[in-house]
Design a binder for this molecule. Sequence first.
Ligand code: KDG
Length: 358
Amino acid sequence: MHNLWKRTLLMTGATLLSSGMAYAQTPDLSDPPEIDGDMVGDHGSVTLRMGLGLAESSPQYISSQYFADILEQRSDGRITVNVFPNSQLGDDVQMMEMLQTGTLDMTYPSSSPATSYVEELAVFDLPFLLPTREAAIEAMRSEAAQEMLDAFDGTGIKALAFSENGFRQLSNSAREVSSPEDVAGLDVRGLAIRTMENPVHLDIWETLGANPTPMAFGELFSAMEQGVVDGQENPWSTILTSNFHEVQEFGSETRHVYTPFIKMISERTWDNLDPEYQALIQEAALKAADYEIQLSAEYDDWSRNQLEERGMKITRLDDEQIAAFQEAVQPVYEEWAPRIGEDLVEEFQQIAESSMTE
Ligand code: KDG
Protein backbone atom coordinates (compact mmCIF):
# COMPACT_ATOMS: atom_id res chain seq x y z
CA MET A 1 0.00 0.00 0.00
CA HIS A 2 1.68 3.20 -1.09
CA ASN A 3 2.21 5.83 1.60
CA LEU A 4 0.99 9.22 0.45
CA TRP A 5 2.73 10.96 3.32
CA LYS A 6 6.10 9.36 2.53
CA ARG A 7 5.80 10.55 -1.05
CA THR A 8 4.82 13.95 0.35
CA LEU A 9 7.86 14.16 2.59
CA LEU A 10 10.09 13.35 -0.39
CA MET A 11 8.19 15.89 -2.49
CA THR A 12 8.49 18.46 0.29
CA GLY A 13 12.24 18.22 0.11
CA ALA A 14 12.11 18.46 -3.68
CA THR A 15 9.67 21.38 -3.51
CA LEU A 16 11.87 23.32 -1.12
CA LEU A 17 14.96 22.59 -3.21
CA SER A 18 13.33 23.10 -6.62
CA SER A 19 11.80 26.43 -5.61
CA GLY A 20 15.28 27.86 -5.37
CA MET A 21 15.28 27.69 -1.62
CA ALA A 22 18.61 25.88 -1.85
CA TYR A 23 18.10 24.34 1.54
CA ALA A 24 20.50 21.80 2.85
CA GLN A 25 17.41 19.86 3.86
CA THR A 26 13.91 20.16 5.17
CA PRO A 27 13.68 20.00 8.97
CA ASP A 28 14.25 16.58 10.41
CA LEU A 29 10.55 15.81 10.20
CA SER A 30 9.26 13.08 12.48
CA ASP A 31 7.52 10.25 10.72
CA PRO A 32 3.85 10.06 11.65
CA PRO A 33 2.71 7.25 13.95
CA GLU A 34 2.34 3.87 12.30
CA ILE A 35 -1.16 3.37 10.93
CA ASP A 36 -2.83 0.70 13.00
CA GLY A 37 -6.37 -0.20 13.97
CA ASP A 38 -9.10 -2.41 12.58
CA MET A 39 -10.06 -2.31 8.93
CA VAL A 40 -13.52 -0.86 8.36
CA GLY A 41 -16.16 -2.82 6.50
CA ASP A 42 -17.02 -2.38 2.83
CA HIS A 43 -19.52 0.49 2.66
CA GLY A 44 -18.70 1.40 -0.90
CA SER A 45 -16.06 3.63 -2.49
CA VAL A 46 -15.79 7.26 -1.40
CA THR A 47 -13.56 10.00 -2.83
CA LEU A 48 -13.23 13.16 -0.74
CA ARG A 49 -11.93 16.47 -2.20
CA MET A 50 -10.09 18.62 0.37
CA GLY A 51 -9.02 22.21 -0.28
CA LEU A 52 -6.15 23.87 1.61
CA GLY A 53 -4.74 27.39 1.60
CA LEU A 54 -1.08 26.58 2.13
CA ALA A 55 1.67 25.05 0.01
CA GLU A 56 2.69 21.40 -0.46
CA SER A 57 5.72 21.94 1.79
CA SER A 58 3.58 23.11 4.74
CA PRO A 59 2.78 21.01 7.82
CA GLN A 60 -0.88 21.56 6.90
CA TYR A 61 -0.47 19.73 3.59
CA ILE A 62 1.90 17.01 4.85
CA SER A 63 -0.45 16.11 7.71
CA SER A 64 -3.42 16.13 5.33
CA GLN A 65 -1.69 13.49 3.23
CA TYR A 66 -1.17 11.44 6.38
CA PHE A 67 -4.91 11.85 7.06
CA ALA A 68 -5.57 10.54 3.54
CA ASP A 69 -3.21 7.62 4.11
CA ILE A 70 -4.97 6.53 7.29
CA LEU A 71 -8.33 6.49 5.50
CA GLU A 72 -6.96 4.67 2.48
CA GLN A 73 -5.19 1.99 4.53
CA ARG A 74 -7.97 1.38 7.05
CA SER A 75 -10.60 1.14 4.27
CA ASP A 76 -8.50 -1.06 2.01
CA GLY A 77 -8.47 1.66 -0.61
CA ARG A 78 -12.21 2.35 -0.57
CA ILE A 79 -11.84 5.86 0.93
CA THR A 80 -9.52 8.19 -0.98
CA VAL A 81 -8.81 11.88 -0.30
CA ASN A 82 -7.62 14.22 -3.06
CA VAL A 83 -5.85 17.21 -1.45
CA PHE A 84 -5.73 20.53 -3.36
CA PRO A 85 -3.22 23.01 -1.79
CA ASN A 86 -2.26 26.64 -2.54
CA SER A 87 -5.81 28.04 -2.33
CA GLN A 88 -6.42 26.56 -5.81
CA LEU A 89 -10.06 25.74 -4.93
CA GLY A 90 -10.62 29.11 -3.20
CA ASP A 91 -9.79 30.90 0.02
CA ASP A 92 -10.88 29.90 3.54
CA VAL A 93 -14.18 31.80 3.42
CA GLN A 94 -15.05 30.48 -0.07
CA MET A 95 -14.13 26.89 0.80
CA MET A 96 -16.23 26.93 3.99
CA GLU A 97 -19.16 28.16 1.88
CA MET A 98 -18.47 25.32 -0.58
CA LEU A 99 -18.77 22.85 2.30
CA GLN A 100 -22.15 24.35 3.16
CA THR A 101 -23.42 23.91 -0.42
CA GLY A 102 -21.79 20.48 -0.76
CA THR A 103 -19.57 21.48 -3.69
CA LEU A 104 -16.45 20.63 -1.65
CA ASP A 105 -16.06 17.82 0.89
CA MET A 106 -13.32 19.08 3.26
CA THR A 107 -11.21 22.07 4.09
CA TYR A 108 -8.78 23.11 6.82
CA PRO A 109 -8.98 26.86 7.51
CA SER A 110 -7.61 28.99 10.29
CA SER A 111 -10.10 29.44 13.11
CA SER A 112 -10.09 33.23 12.57
CA PRO A 113 -12.28 33.46 9.42
CA ALA A 114 -14.61 30.86 10.99
CA THR A 115 -15.72 33.23 13.77
CA SER A 116 -18.58 34.21 11.47
CA TYR A 117 -19.99 30.71 12.17
CA VAL A 118 -18.97 30.31 15.83
CA GLU A 119 -18.17 33.66 17.44
CA GLU A 120 -16.56 32.08 20.55
CA LEU A 121 -13.63 31.03 18.31
CA ALA A 122 -12.52 34.67 18.54
CA VAL A 123 -11.02 33.79 21.93
CA PHE A 124 -8.07 32.39 19.96
CA ASP A 125 -7.63 35.78 18.26
CA LEU A 126 -7.08 37.69 21.51
CA PRO A 127 -3.51 38.99 21.37
CA PHE A 128 -0.85 37.32 23.53
CA LEU A 129 -3.50 35.11 25.21
CA LEU A 130 -1.71 31.75 24.75
CA PRO A 131 2.03 32.27 25.29
CA THR A 132 3.18 28.66 24.94
CA ARG A 133 2.42 25.71 22.66
CA GLU A 134 1.55 23.66 25.77
CA ALA A 135 -1.12 26.20 26.73
CA ALA A 136 -2.42 26.34 23.17
CA ILE A 137 -2.72 22.55 22.97
CA GLU A 138 -4.50 22.39 26.34
CA ALA A 139 -6.89 25.11 25.16
CA MET A 140 -7.56 23.36 21.81
CA ARG A 141 -8.19 20.05 23.61
CA SER A 142 -10.41 21.60 26.31
CA GLU A 143 -14.12 20.91 26.77
CA ALA A 144 -14.80 24.54 25.87
CA ALA A 145 -12.98 24.04 22.56
CA GLN A 146 -14.98 20.87 21.85
CA GLU A 147 -18.16 22.88 22.44
CA MET A 148 -16.95 25.34 19.79
CA LEU A 149 -16.47 22.47 17.32
CA ASP A 150 -19.93 21.12 18.19
CA ALA A 151 -21.44 24.58 17.65
CA PHE A 152 -20.85 24.19 13.89
CA ASP A 153 -23.55 21.49 13.77
CA GLY A 154 -26.43 22.66 11.61
CA THR A 155 -24.36 25.25 9.71
CA GLY A 156 -23.64 22.77 6.89
CA ILE A 157 -20.12 22.27 8.29
CA LYS A 158 -19.01 19.54 10.69
CA ALA A 159 -15.85 20.57 12.57
CA LEU A 160 -13.68 17.55 13.36
CA ALA A 161 -10.55 18.74 15.15
CA PHE A 162 -8.30 21.66 16.07
CA SER A 163 -4.65 21.62 15.07
CA GLU A 164 -1.85 24.19 14.78
CA ASN A 165 -1.47 27.00 12.34
CA GLY A 166 0.91 28.54 14.86
CA PHE A 167 2.31 31.62 16.53
CA ARG A 168 1.83 34.61 14.26
CA GLN A 169 4.81 36.87 13.48
CA LEU A 170 4.85 40.27 11.78
CA SER A 171 6.65 40.82 8.46
CA ASN A 172 6.84 43.97 6.35
CA SER A 173 8.75 45.58 3.49
CA ALA A 174 9.09 49.09 4.97
CA ARG A 175 11.10 49.06 8.18
CA GLU A 176 12.44 47.18 11.17
CA VAL A 177 9.75 46.86 13.86
CA SER A 178 10.53 46.35 17.56
CA SER A 179 7.85 48.53 19.19
CA PRO A 180 4.25 49.63 18.72
CA GLU A 181 5.64 53.04 17.71
CA ASP A 182 7.43 51.36 14.80
CA VAL A 183 4.10 49.92 13.64
CA ALA A 184 2.33 53.29 13.84
CA GLY A 185 5.22 55.27 12.46
CA LEU A 186 6.13 58.58 14.09
CA ASP A 187 7.01 60.80 11.17
CA VAL A 188 5.75 58.29 8.59
CA ARG A 189 2.39 56.60 8.02
CA GLY A 190 1.34 53.51 9.92
CA LEU A 191 2.16 50.19 8.26
CA ALA A 192 -0.47 48.89 5.82
CA ILE A 193 -0.96 45.38 7.22
CA ARG A 194 -3.01 42.60 5.63
CA THR A 195 -5.06 40.68 8.17
CA MET A 196 -7.27 37.62 7.99
CA GLU A 197 -10.98 38.32 7.59
CA ASN A 198 -11.58 38.64 11.32
CA PRO A 199 -12.72 41.68 13.35
CA VAL A 200 -10.39 41.07 16.30
CA HIS A 201 -7.31 41.01 14.07
CA LEU A 202 -8.46 44.23 12.41
CA ASP A 203 -8.89 45.76 15.88
CA ILE A 204 -5.42 44.65 17.02
CA TRP A 205 -3.64 46.43 14.17
CA GLU A 206 -5.87 49.50 14.27
CA THR A 207 -5.14 49.77 18.00
CA LEU A 208 -1.41 49.58 17.20
CA GLY A 209 -1.77 52.47 14.73
CA ALA A 210 -1.42 50.41 11.55
CA ASN A 211 -3.70 50.57 8.51
CA PRO A 212 -5.10 47.00 8.40
CA THR A 213 -6.83 45.47 5.36
CA PRO A 214 -8.65 42.11 5.52
CA MET A 215 -7.67 39.96 2.54
CA ALA A 216 -7.88 36.34 1.43
CA PHE A 217 -4.62 34.43 1.87
CA GLY A 218 -4.41 33.56 -1.85
CA GLU A 219 -4.24 37.26 -2.80
CA LEU A 220 -1.56 38.16 -0.27
CA PHE A 221 1.67 37.45 -2.14
CA SER A 222 0.78 39.63 -5.14
CA ALA A 223 -0.58 42.37 -2.84
CA MET A 224 2.79 42.54 -1.09
CA GLU A 225 4.69 42.25 -4.38
CA GLN A 226 2.73 45.18 -5.82
CA GLY A 227 3.02 47.25 -2.64
CA VAL A 228 -0.74 47.21 -2.03
CA VAL A 229 0.13 46.28 1.55
CA ASP A 230 3.42 46.75 3.43
CA GLY A 231 3.17 43.59 5.45
CA GLN A 232 1.27 40.71 6.95
CA GLU A 233 1.42 38.37 9.92
CA ASN A 234 1.69 34.58 9.85
CA PRO A 235 3.75 31.80 11.44
CA TRP A 236 7.35 31.51 10.21
CA SER A 237 6.58 28.22 8.45
CA THR A 238 3.84 29.89 6.37
CA ILE A 239 6.09 32.86 5.55
CA LEU A 240 8.76 30.42 4.38
CA THR A 241 6.64 27.86 2.51
CA SER A 242 4.66 30.65 0.78
CA ASN A 243 7.91 32.43 -0.19
CA PHE A 244 6.89 35.68 1.48
CA HIS A 245 10.57 36.41 2.15
CA GLU A 246 10.86 37.21 -1.56
CA VAL A 247 8.72 40.33 -0.99
CA GLN A 248 9.23 41.02 2.71
CA GLU A 249 12.57 42.36 3.99
CA PHE A 250 11.81 42.65 7.70
CA GLY A 251 10.43 40.20 10.25
CA SER A 252 9.59 40.73 13.94
CA GLU A 253 9.18 37.81 16.34
CA THR A 254 6.01 39.14 17.95
CA ARG A 255 4.19 35.82 18.57
CA HIS A 256 1.16 38.07 19.01
CA VAL A 257 -1.55 35.43 18.37
CA TYR A 258 -1.64 31.61 18.36
CA THR A 259 -3.98 30.54 15.56
CA PRO A 260 -5.47 27.03 15.32
CA PHE A 261 -6.53 25.25 12.14
CA ILE A 262 -9.89 23.47 12.10
CA LYS A 263 -10.33 20.31 9.99
CA MET A 264 -13.84 20.46 8.54
CA ILE A 265 -16.13 18.25 6.45
CA SER A 266 -19.34 19.16 4.66
CA GLU A 267 -22.41 18.01 6.61
CA ARG A 268 -23.90 16.90 3.26
CA THR A 269 -20.89 14.63 2.73
CA TRP A 270 -20.87 13.48 6.36
CA ASP A 271 -24.58 12.62 6.44
CA ASN A 272 -24.17 10.36 3.37
CA LEU A 273 -21.40 8.31 4.98
CA ASP A 274 -21.86 5.00 6.78
CA PRO A 275 -21.38 5.44 10.58
CA GLU A 276 -18.29 3.23 10.45
CA TYR A 277 -16.72 5.54 7.84
CA GLN A 278 -17.72 8.55 9.92
CA ALA A 279 -15.99 7.09 12.99
CA LEU A 280 -12.83 6.39 10.98
CA ILE A 281 -12.75 9.92 9.53
CA GLN A 282 -13.17 11.41 13.01
CA GLU A 283 -10.36 9.17 14.37
CA ALA A 284 -8.06 10.00 11.43
CA ALA A 285 -8.73 13.74 11.81
CA LEU A 286 -7.62 13.66 15.45
CA LYS A 287 -4.51 11.60 14.65
CA ALA A 288 -3.57 13.88 11.76
CA ALA A 289 -4.17 16.93 13.97
CA ASP A 290 -1.77 15.64 16.61
CA TYR A 291 0.82 14.89 13.92
CA GLU A 292 0.34 18.34 12.38
CA ILE A 293 0.99 20.03 15.74
CA GLN A 294 4.22 18.04 16.08
CA LEU A 295 5.30 18.96 12.53
CA SER A 296 4.44 22.60 13.03
CA ALA A 297 6.54 22.71 16.19
CA GLU A 298 9.48 21.18 14.29
CA TYR A 299 9.05 23.70 11.45
CA ASP A 300 8.77 26.79 13.69
CA ASP A 301 12.32 27.84 14.66
CA TRP A 302 13.79 26.03 11.63
CA SER A 303 11.66 28.20 9.31
CA ARG A 304 12.75 31.38 11.06
CA ASN A 305 16.40 30.38 10.69
CA GLN A 306 15.87 29.53 7.02
CA LEU A 307 14.24 32.93 6.47
CA GLU A 308 17.30 34.62 7.96
CA GLU A 309 19.55 32.51 5.75
CA ARG A 310 17.51 33.78 2.81
CA GLY A 311 18.13 37.37 3.82
CA MET A 312 15.12 38.35 5.93
CA LYS A 313 16.16 40.73 8.72
CA ILE A 314 14.35 39.25 11.73
CA THR A 315 14.11 41.26 14.94
CA ARG A 316 13.76 39.20 18.10
CA LEU A 317 11.84 41.04 20.80
CA ASP A 318 12.87 40.88 24.46
CA ASP A 319 10.38 40.59 27.35
CA GLU A 320 10.23 44.38 27.76
CA GLN A 321 9.47 44.92 24.08
CA ILE A 322 6.77 42.21 24.12
CA ALA A 323 5.30 43.84 27.25
CA ALA A 324 5.04 47.13 25.36
CA PHE A 325 2.96 45.39 22.66
CA GLN A 326 0.82 43.65 25.29
CA GLU A 327 0.09 46.96 26.99
CA ALA A 328 -0.66 48.69 23.70
CA VAL A 329 -3.30 46.11 22.71
CA GLN A 330 -5.01 45.95 26.12
CA PRO A 331 -8.01 47.92 24.71
CA VAL A 332 -8.70 44.92 22.44
CA TYR A 333 -9.45 42.81 25.54
CA GLU A 334 -11.71 45.52 26.94
CA GLU A 335 -13.69 45.53 23.70
CA TRP A 336 -13.79 41.81 22.90
CA ALA A 337 -13.70 39.84 26.17
CA PRO A 338 -17.34 40.73 27.01
CA ARG A 339 -18.42 39.90 23.42
CA ILE A 340 -16.60 36.55 23.37
CA GLY A 341 -17.56 35.63 26.93
CA GLU A 342 -15.63 36.63 30.06
CA ASP A 343 -15.77 33.08 31.49
CA LEU A 344 -14.22 31.56 28.37
CA VAL A 345 -11.51 34.21 28.23
CA GLU A 346 -10.76 33.68 31.92
CA GLU A 347 -10.60 29.89 31.45
CA PHE A 348 -8.01 30.26 28.70
CA GLN A 349 -6.09 32.86 30.73
CA GLN A 350 -5.87 30.36 33.58
CA ILE A 351 -4.59 27.70 31.16
CA ALA A 352 -1.98 30.20 30.00
CA GLU A 353 -0.91 31.14 33.53
CA SER A 354 -0.60 27.54 34.69
CA SER A 355 1.52 26.72 31.63
CA MET A 356 3.94 29.47 32.61
CA THR A 357 4.37 28.15 36.15
CA GLU A 358 4.93 24.51 35.16
O1 KDG B 1 -5.51 27.07 4.75
C1 KDG B 1 -5.21 28.08 5.72
C2 KDG B 1 -4.88 29.35 5.02
O2 KDG B 1 -5.79 29.58 4.00
C3 KDG B 1 -4.89 30.56 5.95
O3 KDG B 1 -5.86 30.40 6.96
C4 KDG B 1 -3.56 30.79 6.58
O4 KDG B 1 -3.19 31.92 8.61
C5 KDG B 1 -3.54 32.02 7.44
C6 KDG B 1 -3.89 33.36 6.89
O5 KDG B 1 -3.17 34.32 7.28
O6 KDG B 1 -4.85 33.49 6.10
